[in-house]
Design a protein around this ligand. Structure first.
Ligand code: SAH
Length: 365
């Protein structure tokens, strides 16, 4: 089968070109055509030597995942469903805001971690996305959105907060991250690319070594007993280890804080006492909090915390000097909220119905 050039970062493409007897600068030139200009037709790469174009046409292709649907919300949020073959599908969500545009991308079809409150987790795990399928979401959406006035790209930030656990698909995520940061590809700064993890400690350490970008950690509980229940991976990497890993990460991180995501579950993790215990837990760890009101889905066991309780919770954190944001509601019409992303094509439908529920912004703090 033809090689998919979207699977290569700069180093990988240079190695592939070397195998074809081509110079490294040819690889850089081709990388720019593919990612900066969104070109998938070798014939259109006019400054690439004809002989090389012929070689590429014969044995390579530029193949992002197929766009199955593109749904716009009234307020500009836009959800893209990609078919991956074999009945698998994933979603990416574009969230425009003043002065920036964030794309939330998926890294796995389904998820193996089974967090109690997440509908992606309830689907079970199907498979890892390839690098081409991860970066291909960005490639495709970039091309679909086109350039803004002054020619700037509409996607200024990427968050790996879609379906799946990015650090459980490390190699392919790493390749995709390198492309996001590469000046010959998407040229995003490390601060504008965020990996969100539910706390895979070895993966955090590896990311710190190999490609430190902004980090968000899904915390959800101030103690091990509760976190064990909500996020079973905690039994393997308990909070003490997780906090230590956050501190290690910060030595190399492009930002001087970790963002803790915290889903607000009515009567479960949202009391004043929980907030105070969070202060003790995170003492000494430079952090911001992003509170996510729970997005219920039929069959889910939790309820969303009432807004006054979320407000009080945020106030306790803020009074202690921790910057705290609450993810805002928008685009209630397109079913793209955190924890609800679930690719649906053919028989690989998720087990639950579309929730009549609003979308939350997936904004990196
Ligand atoms: N696996 C990664 C990234 C994907 S989830 C992680 O766990 O961080 C992105 C965020 O949405 C996580 O913080 C996740 O805990 C949260 N989330 C999952 N289900 C949710 C739900 N039903 N309502 C609100 N947030 C949810």
């Amino acid at each position: 089968m033809a090689v998919n050039l979207l699977d290569f970062d700069a180093g990988g493409l240079a190695a592939y070109f070397a195998g074809l007897g081509e110079k490294p600068f040819r690889a850089r030139q081709t990388l720019r055509w593919i990612h900066r200009r969104g070109q998938d037709d070798f014939e259109a790469m006019t400054d690439v030597a004809k002989s090389l174009r012929e070689k590429l046409k014969a044995e390579a292709r530029i193949a992002p995942p197929a766009l199955v649907s593109d749904t716009s919300s009234g307020d500009g949020a836009r959800k893209f469903l990609f078919g991956l073959g074999g009945g698998d599908a994933v979603e990416a969500v574009f969230i425009p805001e003043d002065g920036r545009g964030t794309l939330c991308v998926s890294t796995q079809a389904g998820c193996a971690l089974d967090c109690a409150f997440c509908s992606t987790g309830k689907q079970g795990f199907s498979r890892n996305l390839t690098a081409a399928e991860i970066v291909g979401q960005l490639w495709r959406v970039n091309r679909t959105l086109g350039a803004g006035p002054g020619d700037e790209r509409k996607i200024s930030n990427v968050v790996l907060m879609g379906m799946g656990e990015p650090l459980a698909n490390f190699e392919n995520v790493l390749t995709a991250l390198r492309l996001m940061l590469d000046d010959n590809a998407y040229g995003l700064s490390r601060r504008r690319v965020t990996v969100s993890t539910c706390g895979l400690v070895p993966g955090m350490d590896r990311l710190r070594e190999e490609c430190p970008v902004a980090l968000a950690v899904s915390l959800h509980a101030p103690d091990d007993a509760l976190r064990d229940e909500l996020t079973p991976i905690n039994r393997k990497y308990p909070l003490r280890e997780l906090m230590a890993a956050c501190l290690r990460y910060l030595e190399r991180a492009p930002r001087d804080f970790v963002t803790f995501e915290y889903v607000m579950l009515d009567g479960v993790n949202d009391s004043e006492e929980h907030a105070r215990r969070l202060l003790r837990l995170t003492r000494g760890v430079p952090c911001k909090f992003n509170l996510i009101p729970f997005n219920p889905f039929p069959g889910s066991l939790f309820r969303r915390s009432p807004p006054p309780r979320v407000g009080r919770f945020a106030e306790i954190l803020m009074n202690a000097g921790i910057v705290t944001t609450t993810r805002k509601t928008r685009g209630g019409d397109i079913d793209a909220a955190c924890g609800q992303l679930a690719g649906r094509v053919e028989d690989k439908t998720r087990r639950f119905q579309r929730p009549a529920n609003p979308v939350y912004e997936m904004r990196p703090s």
